[in-house]
Design a protein around this ligand. Sequence first.
Ligand SMILES: [Zn+2]
Length: 189
Amino acid sequence: MKVTCEFCREQLKFRKFRFKDGYACKKCYAILTNQFKTTIRNRSKTELYSIYASNKNQSYDPFKEFNVTKKIGNYILIDEDKQRFCVPNNINVVKSSEKPELYDINHCHSFSIETKPKSNLFELEKQMKEKSSKIINEIAVIFEFENQLRKIIILNNSVRISSFAFKKTFDFAKKIKKELDDLKNLTCK
Ligand SMILES: [Zn+2]
């Protein structure tokens, strides 16, 4: 017999949560119990339908449960316990008003640093030492998320490689890449 979740109609296998007259999947169970704070076992379908409807709107704010355990400049916030990070899209950095973005590290990979004009990192380090007057217009940390490229902008104006502004933002980019790589590796162990 096929068992489906009463609330999202997903077919259920091993993980299912029973209530008086039916079953819920884990995702809906989390909504019904306000993130596992209550139980549903003795409740009926009708009761749970109204609980689901009222909880759904509230419990779907992922930022509510975000605890900052690490912060890198104004660029990213990390919740190491829940293995997520937030890109606040600070207006001073991105120069346009964009909503903060929240990412689960398990769905992100291959973090790298990219500049405009494109330049190899090794070369940049070298040019920095040589106090090159070459101009860089953008530094960003790039990563793949659900088969799409996402970008965390670190520098969004033109600076000389020899400048302090370049050094500072380039250091931030390296730090962000390292922290995200570390967070990713942590979850793989
Ligand atoms: Zn469900």
